[in-house]
Design a protein around this ligand. Structure first.
Ligand SMILES: Cc1cc2nc3c(=O)[nH]c(=O)nc-3n(C[C@H](O)[C@H](O)[C@H](O)COP(=O)(O)O)c2cc1C
Length: 352
């Protein structure tokens, strides 16, 4: 039976209007990405992981500081760390900033994170993992969710033992990316494991991994009993896939729509990160937006050679003049002046 993707579900008392969650992605899930995700049908958006340790040792290698705005809700902010005290402090900041959910990253496979005892390392340290969840759940009123991988080693089923323990410790929801940390992004996400996890816990489970179409989303929801699906790489430069997943139909954008979304994304990223950082950050998005046969390859190469985001914007408008009016319309819908900036640094590395 098909699950209605537009139906409401809840993480404790947080109402989530669709069954689609936008995945946290380090180096991608900036505010512009999250806001766009909400506009295209994500019921819940999540910040990329932010470092709890970063609060103490102000680390230079940060992309910027996390911001929260009114049109992002419901919003989860993801933390990574391995010590209860800084995690509790960070969770209190997240709560004070008005986020709806505190999410903990127990899945990041990147060495810089795992060697500190954070991320995927916690999959093999269930006592510490449960202590972290317990400490945060006791410290804040917000629901605490946890994002996991299946385990560290290939074939591991650690998540099935850990998941119920985390729920006992106070987790109000679990998201599972059923690849091992060792796998990184190779192979496929084994959602049979997601189904097993669902049967073991009485909180909503979110299925993450390889969801790139409405058909796949429906199959995973129907076969696992998950409350929602999470979309990550599929939404990079492609918010239209979110609409297709939630609403169905053919959502392939026109060139003008692609150019307009990219220009808006550029402007918002510059505002959020500053021009210098945004210039480098944005380059990968040019390929993501303009690929897929939407613009000729040579055009993409040309944009990559331009020095500033303004030049890229001018070139996009020259190639698709109809985008100018679309950007004005989109900008008029963005609320202004209601943002809160958190003293939480966005890491330059990550994954999950
Ligand atoms: C570039 C990139 C960065 C990621 N960063 C994070 C992160 O900060 N926190 C996290 O929990 N997962 C992170 N992930 C994992 C995704 O949230 C998601 O679980 C994974 O990509 C599988 O879903 P997909 O097949 O839809 O991309 C990241 C993935 C990618 C590709």
């Amino acid at each position: 039976m098909n699950v209605e993707l537009r139906s409401t579900w809840w993480i404790r008392d947080v109402e989530i209007p669709t069954r689609l969650v936008l995945a946290p992605m380090a180096g991608v899930s900036v505010q512009a990405f999250r806001r766009q995700g909400r506009r295209y049908g994500a019921g819940l958006v999540c910040s990329e992981m932010v470092s709890c340790a970063g609060i103490e040792h102000r680390n230079e290698r940060t992309l910027g500081y996390l911001r929260v705005a009114s049109d992002e809700h419901p919003l989860a902010i993801q933390l990574f760390g391995c010590e209860p005290a800084p995690m509790v402090e960070a969770a209190r900041m997240v709560e004070a900033a008005g986020a709806d959910i505190v999410d903990l990253n127990f899945g990041c496979p990147v060495r810089k994170v795992t060697r500190t005892g954070a991320g995927a390392t916690l999959l093999e340290d269930p006592n510490r993992a449960a202590r972290l969840v317990d400490a945060v759940a006791q410290a804040v009123e917000l629901p605490v969710s946890v994002k996991l991988r299946r385990g560290v080693k290939n074939g591991s089923r650690a998540c099935l033992e850990l998941g119920p323990r985390l729920v006992e410790a106070g987790a109000a929801s679990l998201a599972l990316h059923p690849r091992s940390a060792e796998q990184m992004y190779t192979g496929t996400a084994d959602h049979a494991l997601t189904g097993e996890l669902v049967s073991l816990v009485d909180v909503p489970v979110v299925a993450s991994g390889d969801i790139v179409s409405r058909a796949r989303a429906q199959t995973v929801l129907a076969t696992t009993g998950a409350a929602a699906v999470m979309v990550g790489r599929g939404a990079q430069g492609n918010p239209w896939v979110l609409r297709e997943i939630v609403e169905g139909g053919d959502c392939e954008p026109t060139r003008e729509e692609v150019a307009a979304e990219l220009v808006l994304f550029i402007r918002e990223s510059v505002r959020e990160l500053g021009e210098r950082r945004a210039s480098g950050f944005l380059k990968k998005f040019y390929g993501w937006y303009l690929g897929q046969g939407r613009f000729p390859k040579a055009f993409k190469q040309e944009l990559l050679r331009l020095d500033s985001p303004e030049e890229v914007e001018r070139r996009l408008f020259a190639a698709a003049p109809g985008a100018i009016e679309l950007v004005e319309q989109l900008e008029a819908e963005i609320p202004s002046g209601d943002e809160v900036t958190l003293e939480l640094p966005i890491s330059v590395y990550g994954g999950g």
